[in-house]
Design a protein around this ligand. Structure first.
Ligand SMILES: *Cc1c(COP(=O)(O)O)cnc(C)c1O
Length: 426
């Protein structure tokens, strides 16, 4: 609270950056998405640059959850399974589909990203029985690497894990069954060329699984246009589904009849209430359901996704690129002055919606910023991440964040002892 107000009242010669704040207020005045922020619970003075870790809360979610708890659960009890709970995943999946270039019926909301990675990697291996390699990006998000490793261990001699450093395409050969990569890196924000990589993977006879955790809701994705085989993505980051929200998965229509899941749960059965002796997969992506979904979390996600209704992904992407580009411009003088490295690609088309800066004291700098109401986060070994969720981050937030960062670094205030101790969650 203190700090924005302080900048507002500062005389221009005291402000740590020389671009006027008014210019950024003017950008907000012209922003076609400016009003979307009103649909989120966000204190006016809070500068929230961590929507890439936990998306802000849409205002409508509290009422929806109250209704789900009090009426659907409290009053209608088990009758709510027929309406609306049994089809809730389809509803949420349909809303996500529009954001990622898929048909509604090709997306299932289910489980966590980790669990869906397991299901789809196994499915890809099953579709390529004569190939024995799972190829991953060695710098990918830990869970993606761990799950692929665990699956390969489980399958023993049948499969080996290959970890590519640098361009995945150079590690392709005709042993590779399936390739897993994040669309945008959680660490650097670098955006992969979905079309070109998918094409190269297909040329090599393999299947492609994209992790959209850092792009769903901020990058205009075209899964069907890029002929992607499989995808997963996170519900609690830019989609604002809430802490621990279920994730989503996509299977190309041309694979849906053959693709099998190793987690053959009853809710993926063709006839759930037949209680049949044997498992028969449901048609389409429904077979990738496993057990009972968390109705409360799924209701929150389903409601949150309505914020995207009527918004154009191209406009969202354009604002995201503009926000991160302005931030880079404002912090540019800090690069030499404080030995910062920009680890995100400089060209807007080559990045997702975050800027990552590395600095030896990155952890302490982030703690100092958080104390001033500027919320970013820190990732090992020395990366400060600033995520720009275009639905609720204002241009003036970019200015305020850059000014705070400049002040924290120039004054050395981050060196205070209280910013050193590691918290459990960074
Ligand atoms: C956030 C994220 C996940 C999250 O996985 P969960 O199992 O849903 O917690 C997975 N992969 C990537 C790349 C992520 O960014």
């Amino acid at each position: 609270m203190g700090f924005t107000v302080r900048f507002r009242m500062m005389k221009s010669e005291e402000v740590p950056i020389d671009v006027p704040r008014e210019q950024f207020l003017a950008f907000d005045a012209q922003d076609p998405l400016a009003e979307v922020r009103e649909r989120f619970v966000l204190a006016d003075e809070l500068i929230y640059l961590d929507g890439n870790s936990l998306g802000a809360l849409p205002k409508a979610v509290a009422g929806r959850l109250a209704h789900t708890v009090e009426q659907e659960w409290g009053v209608r009890l088990v009758r709510s399974w027929n309406d609306p709970w049994i089809d809730l995943w389809r509803s949420a999946g349909g809303k996500i589909a529009r954001l990622i270039g898929a048909r509604g019926e090709d997306v299932a909301v289910a489980d966590s990203v980790s669990v869906n990675l397991f299901k789809l990697l196994a499915s890809g291996l099953d579709l390529r029985p004569n190939r024995r390699v799972v190829l991953i990006d060695d710098s990918d998000f830990p869970t993606d690497r761990y799950v692929a490793d665990g699956l390969c261990n489980l399958l023993g001699d049948r499969v080996t894990l290959r970890r590519a450093k640098g361009d995945l395409r150079r590690a392709l050969d005709d042993d590779v069954a399936i390739v897993l990569s994040s669309h945008a890196s959680y660490l650097t924000g670098a955006l992969a060329d979905m079309r070109a990589v998918t094409h190269a993977v297909h040329e090599a006879g393999a299947l492609m699984l994209w992790d959209l955790s850092h792009t769903a809701g901020v990058v205009d994705i075209d899964l069907s246009g890029c002929d992607v085989d499989f995808a997963v993505g996170c519900g609690y980051k830019y989609l604002s589904g809430g802490p621990g929200a279920p994730s989503f998965l996509y299977v190309a229509p041309r694979l849906q009849d053959e693709a099998r899941t190793p987690l053959q749960g009853w809710l993926g059965h063709e006839d759930i209430f037949a209680f049949a002796d044997h498992y028969r997969p449901a048609p389409g992506v429904e077979r990738f359901q496993c057990g009972t979904w968390p109705v409360l979390s799924l209701s929150a996600l389903d409601e949150a996704l309505d914020v995207f209704e009527a918004l154009d992904m191209a406009a969202i992407r354009a604002k995201s690129q503009a926000l991160s580009a302005r931030f880079l411009e404002l912090i540019e003088p800090l690069i030499d002055r404080h030995g910062i490295t920009v680890t995100t690609p400089i060209e807007p088309q080559d990045r997702g919606s975050q800027i990552s800066l590395s600095h030896p004291d990155g952890y302490a700098v982030i703690r100092a910023l958080i104390e001033r109401g500027v919320i970013g986060d820190f990732r090992m070994p020395d990366i400060m991440r600033f995520g720009f969720a275009p639905l609720y981050v204002r241009f003036v937030d970019v200015w305020d964040a850059a000014a705070a960062l400049t002040d924290v670094l120039d004054s050395g205030s981050y060196r205070a002892e209280r910013f050193r101790a590691r918290t459990k969650v960074t």
